[in-house]
Structure formats: C-alpha cells, structure tokens
Design a binder for this molecule. Structure first.
Ligand code: SF4
Length: 225
C-alpha cells in the first residue's frame, strides 16, 4: 500500500483563517527581529472568540498574541499578513510553531501545542526591551477596560443606566488613550493593536452592541438579531 501524501499543498486556506497564536518557543522571532510588535495583535483576556467545536463564542481565559491581518483589512478578514499573493508564507523557514505543527489533514499535532506556554505582552516587552511605560500603559488600560467588566455591563445595559454609563466611559477611555499615546509619541500607531488589542469600538460587536457618535457624544445601540 502506498504511503499517504502528508505534504502541505500550500493552498493557503489555514493562513486565511487567521495568523497563529504565538508560543514561548516563538520568542526568538522577536529577538532576531523577524517579527516586530507591529505584526501582532493582542487578543485580551475575556475577549470572546469562536469555539469551532462548540460553535459558539467563549471568553478566552488568558490573553494571547496573534499575527495580525494586514493593515486596512476588513474587520472580518483575519488572513495572516504574511500570506503572499502566490499563497506562500513570507516567513517560510522561520514561521511560528503553530504553523509548523499544523497540517490540515492531521490537526492533532496543533492540539498538542495548546498546552504549551504562550507569549503574552509582558514577555514580549521583555524580549524586545520595550520602554517601561509600555507595560504601565498596558496594565492601566487593562484595569480600566477589562473584558470581564465590560461583559457584566453589556448584559445589564438596558436595565441599568449605571452600566450604560460605565460602558460608554470605557469606550471613550479606550479611544482617547490610543489617541494620546500616538500624540505624545509614547508608541507609534502601528503598535496599538499589540499594546491594547483591537479598539473597543470594533470589538463591542461581540456583545451585540454598536456605538453611534452623535452631537451629544457616544450612544450605544443593540444590534438586530
Ligand atoms: S506565518 Fe506563514 S504559515 Fe503561518 S499563517 Fe502566516 S502565512 Fe501562513
């Protein structure tokens, strides 16, 4: 019987579903400047992600760092920024551990990696000798707009004015901190996705909410089911 062909066909489908989450063993990519923080986005603790097995959104227990889509991609397009137009990996030979482990016809190898320690913002800041204030900014932002708190306010947004007010304050804080960081040149605009994750204005859709800007400020509306 002939041996099954287990080689990657470079169809690019897995890379279109999203870049990999990064593990400790990928740290060298930052040390060798193959990856930069501009290339990644933080998925913050408590952010809702789709569990394909259960076909529902679940909050992630710990933050993870993913290779981000290209600048200007549509919010629902998670194609890895390193996928080239001819469906090759721009990092080929130095691609992250999950990409090396994953083979679409045998996804079990990837499952084994899920128990291995992942990179987070603190570890990456150390690897790249980021300025001390980056971690201070990250922690302050996390305290003010933790997804756990946002989820609680989101549930009661129609019943309790206080929850609505707190949610709006968090939205304004998230937006103004990003603007301030760039204005004061504490970090370049391209690094905001690493420092603070995706803007709350964008991610609040996971709570079934949308923000509308009016003359009186931000108004929150529920999305139609
Ligand atoms: S790093 Fe390369 S192999 Fe991994 S998802 Fe991106 S394009 Fe695909």
């Amino acid at each position: 019987m002939s041996k099954a062909d287990t080689s990657c066909k470079n169809c690019g489908i897995c890379c279109k579903k999203g870049g990999p989450a990064l593990h400790i063993k990928d740290g060298f990519l930052f040390e060798e400047n193959i990856l930069q923080v501009q290339d990644v986005v933080t998925i913050r603790t408590g952010e809702l992600v789709r569990d394909d097995m259960k076909n529902r959104l679940i909050p992630i227990p710990n933050e993870l760092i993913k290779i981000s889509p290209s600048e200007g991609s549509r919010p629902d397009d998670w194609t890895c920024r390193f996928l080239t137009s001819n469906k090759r990996c721009f990092l080929h030979g130095k691609h992250p551990a999950e990409c090396r482990a994953f083979y679409c016809k045998e996804p079990e190898a990837l499952m084994q990696l899920t128990n291995e320690e992942r990179l987070d913002r603190e570890k990456i800041c150390k690897l790249i000798n980021a300025p001390d204030w980056w971690l201070e900014l990250i922690n302050t932002h996390e305290e003010m707009v933790a997804y756990g708190k946002l989820a609680e306010w989101a549930i009661k947004i129609d019943q309790e004015d206080e929850c609505r007010t707190k949610f709006i304050e968090a939205l304004e804080y998230d937006r103004s901190l990003r603007e301030l960081v760039v204005q004061k040149e504490a970090a370049p605009k391209e690094v905001l996705g690493f420092l603070f994750g995706r803007p709350l204005m964008q991610t609040m859709i996971m709570f079934g909410l949308q923000a509308r800007q009016s003359g009186d400020g931000i108004r929150i509306v529920k999305m139609a089911d």
